[in-house]
Design a protein around this ligand. Structure first.
Ligand code: HEM
Length: 475
């Protein structure tokens, strides 16, 4: 078409000069690239074009451009870029990596409707109960708090997905699978992403060690997802009562009363564990480290909770509306350190935007960190200030950062409402139960809290790994 022909003549967006062979590979920042890209914007503007690892890359640092591309042109940008390791590690049917096909859309609907308002009413008490038992476990062995939290997240999500209780070895396998997914997604990590032809070379060829690694990752992934699905199927056929996304949807499919196919349900189910556990765990850890660093905030949130529960019980989901400061803390944790700081998408056709050409298949990286640290949206963005989100805060309630941190348009996170409820119940019960303080030094003073984060796809508060928490029961 005319518009297409015209867009092909447009220039690429500005960006740093690359070399003939390597493009911009050698100057790509590996440590906290989202921050470095904000600095680059001072020279090149909000859209930065790069060429690296044999592909076009576009960094988008501005919220209005994200809305224009991901919401106004939502269908054009509804695709993820392709990673060759996705198929090799068996993740090709994962909602997060599939093209936006009919099957993907239906799998998303299955997942979203498994946590619709009616389902929330039945899952709410389960979340409350499991969170309260997590608090007891942490109280009994606070030094193991990270293991307790991972176990709680893994076992709740398995129960929600398959309706089954989870065994320890399955949780271990789930965590191993999450690690494989993170490794498979690392940009520039794999030769196959840069030179796809190596996929056709035999295993014994030098440099092909990634193939057995990927096969092992794939086998483990199949083992992890196939068994609970089979178990749900035989329970339904046996007439055993089970509640969960898979048993609920599968019984309708088996009865012939569902508009979904079994393959769509398999896609939805096998996409959940890593997407849910890694992200939620990262936000929880971030909350803990930020509370340790901002004890005034912690104290204010604690007082608000006590004014509602009067120290007689744990906070419940029904208290949410009465705890606006706790809600503001949660929003600020998401804003201060978005756990998926860059969201990758790819246009299905060559596009034109603001007089520039965006070639088909470009890796368009939406820089969420840049958006939640944009001073024109959040004043003093490097300050941790929950009060900015209060209705009477100094900015009279800032934009909800979760409008950025859960993504946009057709591929917005389908687990968002579940994640928000779980975050609220975890944060409010944790604050009601414990005081989060840094460890003591030999001289009896508290250690200084240093905020440091990893540079991975889902970023973690790295400093936690070296800290021993002092957690005191206050009720
Ligand atoms: C605090 C926790 C979470 C955060 C910050 C988060 C964030 C995100 C983001 C940024 C995306 C990409 C969206 C886009 O491309 O526009 C995403 C996708 C996704 N999330 Fe979440 N998420 C969280 C929890 C969950 C949970 C609990 C589930 C499942 C129950 C889940 C399931 C998914 C799936 C399946 C996708 C892929 C969607 C697609 O590509 O169409 N997430 N999430």
């Amino acid at each position: 078409s005319w518009a297409f022909a015209r867009s092909r003549r447009l220039p690429l967006p500005p960006g740093p000069q690359g070399t003939f062979w390597f493009g911009n590979e050698q100057i790509l920042p590996w440590e906290h690239p989202w921050k470095e890209f904000v600095n680059w914007s001072k020279i090149f503007g909000p859209l930065i074009y790069l060429y690296a690892f044999g592909r076009d890359i576009l960094i988008v640092n501005e919220a209005s451009a994200a809305t224009d591309l991901l919401e106004t042109k939502s269908t054009l940008y509804a695709r993820r870029p392709t990673w060759s390791m996705v198929a090799l590690t068996g993740r090709q049917d994962n909602i997060a990596f599939m093209d936006h096909t009919d099957r993907q859309k239906k799998a998303r609907v299955i997942l979203q409707s498994a946590f619709n308002p009616k389902a929330q009413r039945s899952w709410g008490p389960v979340l409350e109960e499991e969170t309260t038992s997590l608090m007891l476990q942490i109280a009994q062995s606070p030094e193991l708090f990270k293991q307790h939290i991972r176990r709680y997240l893994g076992s709740f999500i398995t129960r929600f997905t398959y309706g089954t209780k989870v065994e320890d070895h399955e949780l271990k396998l789930g965590d191993e699978i999450s690690l494989h997914t993170q490794q498979a997604l690392r940009p520039g990590r794999w030769l196959a992403d840069i030179v796809p032809l190596v996929l056709y070379l035999p295993d014994w060829f030098p440099g092909m060690a990634f193939k057995p690694w990927a096969r092992d990752a794939r086998t483990k992934f199949m083992e992890y997802t196939a068994r609970p699905f089979r178990q749900a199927r035989s329970s339904i056929l046996d007439g055993t009562e089970m509640r969960g996304m898979v048993p609920d949807a599968l019984s309708d499919i088996i009865a012939g009363t569902s508009k979904y196919k079994e393959e769509e349900l398999i896609s939805a189910a096998s996409s959940i564990y890593t997407a849910a556990v890694e992200t939620t765990y990262a936000v929880f850890m971030d909350f803990l480290i930020l509370m340790m660093a901002h004890q005034d905030v912690q104290e204010r949130a604690y007082r608000e909770i006590m004014s509602v529960t009067e120290s007689t019980r744990q906070p419940l989901l029904s208290d949410m509306a009465a705890l606006p400061y706790v809600d503001a803390v949660i929003r600020e944790v998401h804003r201060f350190n978005p756990v998926t700081p860059m969201i990758p998408r790819s246009p299905m056709e060559t596009d034109s935007y603001k007089g520039y050409r965006i070639p088909q298949d470009t890796w368009v990286m939406f820089n969420i960190w840049a958006m939640t640290h944009d001073a024109s949206i959040y004043r003093d963005p490097d300050e941790f200030m929950p009060e900015r989100h209060l209705p009477l805060g100094h900015e009279s309630s800032a934009k909800d950062p979760r409008d950025f941190t859960f993504g946009f348009g057709k591929r917005i996170c389908p687990g968002m409402s579940l994640a928000n409820l779980q975050m609220f119940i975890f944060v409010s019960q944790f604050l009601a139960t414990f005081e989060i303080r840094p460890p003591l030094k030999e001289d009896g003073n508290e250690e200084e809290v240093v905020l440091e984060y990893t540079s991975s796809f889902v970023r973690f508060a790295a400093v936690l790994c070296t800290y021993y928490y002092v957690l005191l029961m206050t009720t």
